[in-house]
Design a binder for this molecule. Structure first.
Ligand code: IMP
Length: 428
């Protein structure tokens, strides 16, 4: 397999960072295809901690080309914050390529994100506050700035005038300070100069890499249930983290995708608002939260905790064509006496196994569980499936059976070595 997509299969935070880091070492090119700095994970490199929010994790692997594709919303200040920290650590950043068609996220997007949330009051989305929604809104409204617009003074003037005409009206309607054109124009020109060496037509670059037979890893941020189209709308992000969005967001044909690796936690978490049928509360949820260090990387918010929901995995697998699962944080379940798996929902006396379009309906769904015996033995050092306690083996087998998708690998701790590969998509 040459082109592999890594996709979160729940509500994000499935531990994609570690898995992406693992496979990045085998890839020639790693691509972020959607989202912006609402994503994030911490990578320890040479004993130092780095927060990566925009850049693909491939940057920590020598020689790997890192692409920020056209489906992304990129904050230039956020980008240089990451790049400067890497440069200081002696990491070669000349391998980064930014799509000329990627959207530019500026400070007023963040202000509008906050204002929108305040206006929604009781119905707020619980966004990361990074301006992601307002930036994608500008793109869809055809008034947004793209990377290519920053490269030419005349074009920039025209595009910025167009966008600020709308944005300042919006800011004023919220009682916020309008953006001063000249200040923003100068700031954007400066960004353009600094960004120029990185900006290119990444669709052409990727097509050439595909022709050459390079190994390409597409790194999704967030998770399938946060997909703007197929997630729990409106409690979603404004892009699609699903494999089906890769071709469009990168400018490559759909047939170029060889394998989709769905990343799923052995249980479920969610940050922000929205329905979550298997959510747990009380002391047990708190215990799992502590054991799994379930706090947001970007916002530090405590994550909501729940049992594994097979309906969600099947929703994701059906739409994205998941070829194999990477089951993460299995070790967090060690010591849990009885483990529940949600295999359907009860809705008005009927059993349902699909995710409804409306929130109102989903909120009324009651989970139907099967219960499995847990295991007590520490699994954090196991190196093979066979070394797992029998009940942990049964848990994995059950997931495979209920989803009809094989487990490609599982993870039993935060370190790279605590990953057991059953089949490697790049080697198959
Ligand atoms: P936004 O992407 O900041 O607009 O936030 C929309 C929703 O997606 C909120 O519920 C966020 O908590 C959630 N979200 C965004 N990025 C992530 C992520 O990387 N992990 C988990 N949830 C996320």
């Amino acid at each position: 397999m040459k082109r592999v997509v890594i996709e979160g299969s729940q509500w994000g935070d499935e531990g994609k960072g570690k898995i992406t880091d693992y496979f990045s070492g085998k890839a020639d090119v790693v691509v972020r295809f959607q989202g912006g700095n609402n994503a994030g994970h911490t990578i320890v490199f040479d004993g130092k901690k780095f927060a990566v929010r925009l850049l693909p994790s491939g940057i920590f692997h020598k020689g790997v080309v890192c692409v920020l594709a056209s489906g992304m919303v990129i904050s230039p200040s956020g980008f240089f914050e990451e790049v400067d920290a890497l440069k200081k650590a002696g990491i070669d950043v000349s391998r980064i390529k930014i799509s000329d068609r990627a959207s530019v996220l500026l400070d007023y997007h963040k202000l509008l994100d906050g204002a929108n949330e305040r206006a929604l009051s009781g119905n707020k989305i619980g966004t990361t506050g990074r301006g992601i929604g307002p930036c994608y809104t500008d793109k869809a409204s055809r008034i947004g700035l793209r990377m290519c617009d920053l490269l030419d003074a005349k074009t920039l003037r025209k595009c910025l005038e167009r966008t600020l005409q709308f944005k300042n009206r919006e800011l004023k309607s919220y009682g916020l300070e309008p953006v001063d054109f000249d200040t923003m124009y100068k700031e954007c020109l400066k960004y353009g100069k600094k960004l120029k060496p990185y900006i290119t037509d990444t669709s052409v670059f990727l097509q050439n890499e595909i022709k050459k037979g390079s190994k390409i890893l597409f790194e999704g941020a967030q998770g399938a249930m946060l997909c703007l189209t197929h997630g729990t709308y409106p409690y979603v992000t404004c892009s699609s983290p699903m494999s089906v969005s890769v071709p469009l967001s990168c400018g490559i044909p759909p047939r170029s995708i060889d394998y989709v690796l769905g990343i799923a936690k052995a249980y479920t978490t969610r940050v922000g608002e929205g329905p979550f049928p298997t959510e747990l509360f009380g002391a047990f949820a708190d215990e799992l939260r502590e054991r799994g260090h379930e706090y947001g990387t970007v916002t530090k918010r405590p994550r909501r905790i729940g049992w594994l929901d097979i309906n969600i995995l099947n929703h994701c697998a059906r739409i994205s064509g998941v070829d194999g699962w990477a089951l993460t944080l299995l070790d967090v379940l060690t010591g849990v006496d009885k483990i529940n798996i949600c295999v359907g929902y009860n809705y008005k006396g009927k059993t349902v196994t699909t995710i409804p379009a409306t929130l109102e309906e989903y909120q009324a769904y009651k989970p139907i569980y099967i219960t499995m015996d847990g295991w007590k033995k520490d699994i954090s050092n196991v190196k093979s499936f066979e070394e797992l306690p029998k009940n942990a083996q049964k848990y994995l087998k059950k997931i495979e059976k209920l989803t009809n998708v094989p487990i490609a690998l599982f993870s039993v701790g935060p370190d790279r070595e605590q990953t057991v590969i059953l089949h490697d998509p790049f080697e198959d």
